[in-house]
Design a protein around this ligand. Structure first.
Ligand code: MN
Length: 203
């Protein structure tokens, strides 16, 4: 469901709350989508309600245009529009266990050596995020790269095209994995929707 402009609504997950079991548990999905994402949506709407000039901008336009916004608004928009963007991107990139197509595997192998090397590199980077944030696979200057963002910052404000993200805020995994981010990464890896990742690359 497309909802790219004010007023923002919490569009449903593209699968059932328990679809990612046993890798990501149903309760975490409920809390993550219905409460954490919902809070970013409510905060973003409340900022935009007071800023009519920005109401016609899409989520991506808000984030790409951050440097041109009044300084006082930049942090609020980065945190809350970023929170909506990053969570939708994360949820939409997951699904029932699948395997990457030959085309995607060739792209990743070309950039990282092998799928195993890609997985290991992404895991190392995801574990390296201090505090809250994300690890990402992005396309930048025609190449694939793995990067991190703190808090709810996004790669799009840095001019990159995101392809895949893992939310490493503790709320994404604490109920099932406690403080074990590495175990969460291994489970998350099982439910990546590789078809969506390739679509994002080819768009
Ligand atoms: Mn989150």
């Amino acid at each position: 469901m497309e909802n790219t402009q004010y007023p923002f609504i919490n569009t449903p997950l593209p699968y059932a709350y328990d679809a990612l079991e046993p890798y990501i548990d149903e309760k975490t999905m409920h809390l993550h989508h219905d409460r954490h994402l919902m809070t970013y949506i409510e905060n973003l709407n409340s900022i935009l309600e007071k800023t009519p000039a920005l109401q016609r901008l899409s989520l991506e336009q808000l984030l790409r245009g951050l440097p041109r916004l009044p300084l006082a608004l930049q942090t609020q928009i980065r945190n809350n529009a970023g929170g909506v963007y990053n969570h939708r991107f994360y949820f939409e990139g997951l699904g029932r266990p699948s395997a990457p197509s030959e085309e995607l595997e060739a792209l990743l192998t070309h950039s990282f050596g092998s799928m195993t090397d890609f997985q290991a590199h992404l895991k190392t980077v995801a574990l390296s995020v201090f505090g809250s944030g994300y690890a990402w696979l992005v396309r930048v200057h025609g190449r694939l790269a793995i990067i991190t963002t703190p808090n709810q910052n996004t790669p799009i404000e840095r001019g990159m095209t995101p392809l895949l993200n893992i939310d490493v805020w503790e709320h994404a995994y604490y109920l099932k994995h406690y403080n074990l981010r590495a175990d969460y990464f291994d489970d998350w890896w099982q439910v990546i929707n590789w078809d969506v990742i390739l679509q994002r690359y080819t768009l």
